[in-house]
Design a protein around this ligand. Structure first.
Ligand SMILES: Nc1ncnc2c1ncn2[C@@H]1O[C@H](COP(=O)(O)OS(=O)(=O)O)[C@@H](OP(=O)(O)O)[C@H]1O
Ligand SMILES: Nc1ncnc2c1ncn2[C@@H]1O[C@H](COP(=O)(O)OP(=O)(O)O)[C@@H](O)[C@H]1O
Length: 204
């Protein structure tokens, strides 16, 4: 802190564009946001498989996984969630710079935190994917038994129960996981990427 004047940005010779050319496609952030159990990890997993098959370099940043390492010091207060998303945003930006398509799966319940990530990269490099599913359906799925624990107060500040979720206002993609199969939801995302030329001509 207070050391900014001693820190100088260094420009290296190999740029993002060089790396993208090597990979043969553009890089971007696919940001999956939604309630716990809405299907973020499941859909991202299938989309990553489809991209990988097409020779696209990918990486998944997942809430549960990163909370075991990089973000192990953070809890679920609004301040900690903000810091969680800020750090992930910085990591995701590094992936974009490295020429990779990064799929980030975080509840990321606050509009302002998601918009702060969007601002870190160039226009078109951040696609917000709203993994939409009614709370009742997520709670019925309850794949990790967390809703049950939240209802009896064993887990506090639980998103949708005792902590807010702010729906995206104008996301690039909305997928309704209570309406369509996992396969269909993944296909909708792939079609969007293709139709909008997000990975460059001819890649998918
Ligand atoms: N209080 C509370 N609220 C919400 N979620 C909780 C909580 N406690 C633990 N978990 C588990 O943590 C996963 C969410 O972590 P995220 O990093 O995605 O959360 S956030 O973006 O910072 O809001 C979330 O994973 P997903 O179910 O995959 O969304 C839960 O498994
Ligand atoms: N169309 C669908 N899309 C995604 N998940 C679905 C769908 N239909 C049922 N599911 C189930 O819902 C659960 C979603 O869990 P998960 O992917 O871990 O959600 P999240 O990462 O948002 O917490 C999984 O058990 C998955 O099999």
């Amino acid at each position: 802190m207070g050391q900014d004047e001693y820190i100088h940005h260094h420009s290296f010779s190999i740029t993002k564009e060089h790396r993208q050319a090597l990979h043969g496609h553009k890089s971007l952030i696919l940001w999956f946001t939604g309630l716990s159990g809405s299907g973020k990890s499941t859909i991202a997993n299938m989309v990553e498989g489809k991209l990988h098959e097409k020779g696209i370099s990918t990486y998944i940043l997942d809430g549960d996984n990163l909370r075991n390492g990089l973000n192990e010091d953070l809890g679920f207060s609004s301040e900690d969630r903000k810091e969680n998303i800020r750090r992930i945003g910085e990591v995701a930006k590094i992936f974009v710079d490295s020429g990779i398509v990064v799929l980030a799966t975080f509840i990321s319940p606050y509009i302002s935190d998601r918009e702060d990530v969007r601002k870190k990269v160039k226009q078109g490099e951040f696609l917000e994917i709203y993994v939409k599913c009614p709370l009742e359906a997520c709670e019925k799925r309850d794949p990790k038994g967390l809703y049950k624990k939240a209802r009896i107060g064993e887990i506090t500040h639980f998103t949708g129960i005792s902590s807010p979720y702010e729906e995206p206002v104008n996301p690039e993609i909305i997928i309704e996981t209570s309406q369509y199969s996992i396969e269909e939801c993944a296909r909708q995302i792939m079609n969007f990427l293709k139709d909008n030329g997000h990975l460059g001509d001819g890649n998918i």
